[in-house]
Design a protein around this ligand. Structure first.
Ligand code: A2P
Length: 327
């Protein structure tokens, strides 16, 4: 088996890409030069992503070892109660769905485990763990099992069935917890990142430990929140539109370029052929430093996806959600 590729500079996000649209999205992406496809069992479309991968590889449009495919273990796939068979079964299902015999990267999707299948809400977060009155929803038993799960990930890496391992939606404290346990650093932490939510402290922590940050929602999600501080979605913000007009680039290209400048790996999601192509067409031009400064000034701590920083992460079952982590 060949060595893992270096992480490509950007990739295609597939969250919220419907099963009917994601196959063509992946075909367009790879044909227009994307080499990183970011997947997850929780997106419930890996079979359709896998159909595209099989087509591309079997037709020799691309070789397997030229592609970098990442996936994630969903909450129910943690080593819940020490049961690693959940992780094994999830990895087997993902490999089978994606038509692959190894993954380039496997992440823990969220730093908490659920014994039962968590229902996804509109915004994609696995809710409701908490009822309106703030009490824990008795339907779910939520545990912080990521240590056992992470150890299993390392064993999967040792077997070669995943080339690299990482985490997603982990806080600095949770990454520190892995370090305190003497575990090797994750290759990647995938988090929400865009000018409205820059996570500077987390980026600097990751840089200091050689952990690459992958950015989901790099466009702020088109249907994303309109924070009170700005009153509009990121793609419609005057600062973004002004830079876009000045440089004759799309608003999405401006945001992808800004993310690349921060050293993160943006994963813009699209199912549109034209957008997939243009979102990654970011070579041969630069943002001016004044543009970067203006975009940096948009920080407002606005999350599209709720953060579950979680207290009691030393193995407790009680979760305390952390809201705004502006820094
Ligand atoms: P679509 O898939 O129809 O193109 P994010 O990656 O920040 O979550 O954003 C994804 C959202 O942004 C999707 O709704 C996607 O819709 C939309 N999107 C992707 N590329 C562009 C673009 N170039 N211009 C406007 N919206 C875009």
């Amino acid at each position: 088996m060949s060595l893992p590729l270096p992480l490509p500079p950007l990739g295609l996000g597939t969250f919220k890409s419907s099963p009917g649209e994601v196959t063509s999205a992946v075909l367009h992406a790879v044909r227009s030069g994307y080499r990183l496809i970011d997947c997850a069992a929780g997106y419930q479309n890996e079979t359709e992503v896998g159909a595209a991968l099989a087509t591309l590889i079997s037709s020799n449009a691309i070789k397997r070892d030229e592609l970098y495919v990442s996936s994630k273990l969903w909450q129910t796939h943690h080593a819940y109660g020490g049961d690693e068979s959940r992780c094994e079964a999830a990895l087997s299902a993902t490999l089978s769905d994606l038509n692959l015999d190894y993954l380039d990267l496997l992440l823990i999707h969220w730093p908490f485990a659920s014994e039962q299948l968590a229902v996804q809400t509109e915004d994609g977060t696995p809710e409701p763990f908490r009822l309106a009155d703030g009490s824990l929803n008795p339907v779910f038993t939520v545990r912080t099992e990521y240590l056992a799960t992470y150890r299993w990930l390392l064993s999967a890496k040792a077997r070669g069935v995943v080339k690299a391992v990482g985490v997603s939606n982990f806080t600095i404290e949770q990454m520190e917890h892995l370090r305190e346990e003497g575990l090797e650093a994750p290759a990647v932490n995938q988090v929400e990142h865009h000018p409205y939510l820059q996570q500077r402290a987390l980026l600097s922590y990751c840089a200091s430990r050689g952990i690459r940050v992958m950015a989901y929602s790099p466009l702020g999600s088109a249907s994303g929140k309109k924070p009170a501080a700005h009153g509009c979605a990121l793609l419609e913000h005057a600062v973004v539109l002004d830079v876009s007009k000045k440089l004759k680039k799309t608003a999405a290209q401006v945001l992808v370029k800004w993310a690349l400048g921060k050293g993160v790996v943006p994963l813009p999601k699209s199912v549109s052929e034209e957008r997939i192509r243009t979102n990654a067409d970011v070579d041969g031009w630069e943002l001016e430093s004044a543009d970067v400064a203006a975009l940096d000034g948009l920080e407002c701590g606005c999350r599209n996806f709720r953060s579950y920083a979680g207290e009691g992460w030393h193995g407790g079952e009680r979760w305390v959600e952390k809201g705004d982590d502006r820094d």
